[in-house]
Design a protein around this ligand. Structure first.
Ligand SMILES: [Ca+2]
Ligand SMILES: [Ca+2]
Ligand SMILES: [Ca+2]
Length: 618
């Protein structure tokens, strides 16, 4: 196990001297906390994990303090859809491993108390992923205690690392049911067909007199005071025994929910439908907005965390975000956190649909969103055969974001995630006959793009150990500790002859060492985390070269970064600044001199990449 010297966060001599002069450890760590918080979001490398699937440090909490079989406790280490045993104590014990990867921040999957098990009989699964919250104010006992979260944060601070919490305001667990469909799915009932003013359709009994609807112009306390009946579309009720399961207590009343049945993921149901039964909150109501400002503001106050990843941001109305986001940034500022980071989940699998992502930075005012278009473009160009002009188009569209390229610089990029699957899985899906060696080369190239191009690299736990998986969701959530899930045990692992029967905290794995090297390079060079990026060369019609220059934000020094997405070597010229005449190789092979002012020869092996820094200007 390697221990890396935390040069970056102790980089200021002033802080180091202050630490030496101060006999009290408390004051010294306060100084370094300030230096952690002074870092802009684009300087981080994020490591994302679901706590249930990382490390099991305490077998006594595996059942979350509950008794009975897996349908009561949610625990079944042989099933990919149940709690497998990971927890905060395990995470604390593996921080060397995460920091050794060069990560400077963790995005912790949701840690709030969940409904342990839900789903129709025979289709049950557990809240191991954390997205089925009942109590928004406390840590789920399967993961540990509030005190252990505090210990985790203290341990991260001691290493100079940040923590981002995963939050949800779109829905709670599935508790509310509808009388009309007790055993079946409840289809979406639109506002036109089931207006708020009548019970069960236009011909029904008049209700909610004077309520003007949920539109942006009507989102006032006075108007929503007239919404007193929740049975306009369905007849919602809370099943016996669950009347007070939600915390804070106001969440138990169906009046705060949309109650219109399941979303079809289009039209108005995108915002107002239940996600497969998950109780969809009426986020248009100012009471609900204030409720969530209080809930998540309290997590900032209590723990002084560094940011939020917002789940299902795409399914909440713009006005909610326009109130919630500034309130969270203000709360953080008051708590002494000037660089609080907020990134929303707006799902798309299209590499060219930057307009959708950008819309949420404009109409909803989200500071940044997860860069799903980047993930799709890297998938199409490296797992698939798309030409690299797709990447040029992606970055050209950065101007669409509110704040333009600066917003793109702070937006988390990724190539794998827990919902749609791991990058390596897409290689095998698109290339069923690919060799393991070529698959590994392609995964390395994708990580090289992730760690050197604009945006905040977000690593998905297990990628660094060569995990593959059979698809998205449960099939992409293999634990790093030894698994007993048959599907996982049958899977190949890239770059290793091991199986999921053993744990995977191998700091010598070829992907771990590559990521560690590139993360360290990125953190050490301002151009690679904070520098403007300019596309220099791409290939049309087939795989080939993609090259950019990035520039040191202070000196203007140029860094040329080039990738070869093709299976053949490439020798080509790349345009550079006319003042960039001599180069150092930081990664891969670089010519030491420009061929002529304004042109650098690049030689890249199949699936190769290089980072070349112009000398003198740096
Ligand atoms: Ca455990
Ligand atoms: Ca919603
Ligand atoms: Ca429900």
């Amino acid at each position: 196990m390697k221990e890396r010297t935390p040069v970056v966060w102790y980089g200021s001599w002033a802080i180091r001297i202050l630490a030496l002069l101060t006999s009290s450890i408390g004051v010294a760590s306060a100084a370094s906390l300030e230096s952690i918080r002074a870092r802009a979001p684009e300087r981080e490398v994020i490591y994302f994990m679901l706590p249930d699937r990382f490390e099991n440090g305490d077998p006594t909490n595996d059942r979350g303090g509950l008794k009975g079989d897996r349908l009561r406790t949610g625990f079944d280490p042989t099933s990919k859809g149940f709690y497998n045993g990971g927890d905060l104590k395990g995470l604390i014990s593996r921080l060397d491993y995460i920091q050794g990867l060069g990560a400077t921040a963790i995005w912790l999957g949701p840690i709030y108390k969940n409904k342990p098990v839900q789903g129709a009989p025979g289709q049950e699964s557990a809240g191991y992923h954390g997205y089925w919250i009942t109590d928004f104010t406390t840590v789920d006992p399967h993961f540990g205690t509030d005190d252990e979260l505090r210990q985790l944060i203290d341990a991260l601070r001691a290493r100079g690392m940040k923590i981002y919490l995963d939050i949800i305001t779109n829905h709670t667990a599935d508790v509310i049911a509808y009388r009309e469909c007790p055993t079946s799915e409840c289809p979406y009932r639109a506002r036109a067909d089931y207006p708020y003013s009548r019970r069960g359709g236009p011909a029904g009994e008049p209700i909610n007199e004077g309520f003007a609807g949920d539109g942006p112009r009507h989102q006032t306390t006075e108007n929503f005071a007239k919404l007193t009946r929740a049975d306009f579309a369905y007849t919602p009720f809370v099943p016996r025994g669950e009347e007070s399961v939600k915390v804070p207590g106001w969440l138990n009343d169906p009046i705060w929910y949309h109650n219109r049945g399941n979303t079809t993921f289009s039209g108005e149901s995108n915002d107002m439908g239940d996600f497969v039964g998950l109780d969809d909150l009426m986020t248009e109501n100012p009471r609900v907005v204030q409720g969530f400002i209080d809930i998540f503001g309290n997590w900032i106050d209590r723990y002084g965390i560094d940011g939020f990843r917002i789940d299902t941001a795409k399914h909440v109305n713009d006005e909610f975000w326009r109130a919630f986001t500034p309130a969270m940034l203000d709360r953080a500022k008051q708590r002494g956190i000037p660089n609080f980071h907020i990134f929303g989940e707006v799902f798309t699998d299209s590499p060219t649909d930057v307009s959708l992502l950008a819309r949420y930075t404009r109409s909803a005012g989200l500071p940044t969103v997860l860069d799903f278009a980047f993930a799709a473009a890297v998938r199409e160009t490296i797992a698939g055969d798309a030409s690299t002009d797709m990447l040029a188009r992606l970055f050209a569209d950065d101007v669409l974001y509110e704040g333009g390229a600066d917003t793109a610089l702070r937006s988390p990029t990724f190539i794998s995630n827990h919902d749609f699957g791991r990058f390596s899985h897409f290689i095998f899906k698109k290339r069923p006959n690919v060799s393991l060696e070529e698959a590994l080369a392609r995964v390395k190239l994708a990580h090289a793009m992730l760690l050197t191009l604009r945006g905040v690299p977000t690593l998905y736990s297990g990628d660094e150990q060569g995990f593959v998986g059979l698809g998205g969701d449960q099939s992409a959530r293999q634990p790093l500790f030894a698994s007993r899930v048959a599907e996982y045990l049958a899977q190949p692992i890239l770059g290793s002859s091991t199986t999921h029967a053993q744990d995977h905290f191998n700091t010598d794995h070829p992907l771990y060492t590559l990521i560690a090297r590139l993360s360290t390079l990125r953190t050490a060079h301002a151009a690679l985390h904070s520098g403007r990026q300019e596309t220099r060369r791409y290939t049309e019609g087939k795989p080939g070269i993609f090259a950019v220059s990035r520039f040191d934000p202070v000196s203007g020094g140029e860094y040329v970064i080039a990738f070869n997405t093709s299976a053949s070597p490439i020798v080509t010229q790349v345009q550079v600044e006319t003042t960039s005449l001599t180069f150092d190789s930081l990664e891969g092979r670089c010519e030491s001199k420009a061929s002529a002012p304004g042109s650098l020869k690049m030689s890249l092996p199949a699936f190769g990449f290089a980072v070349c820094a112009a000398r003198g200007d740096r």
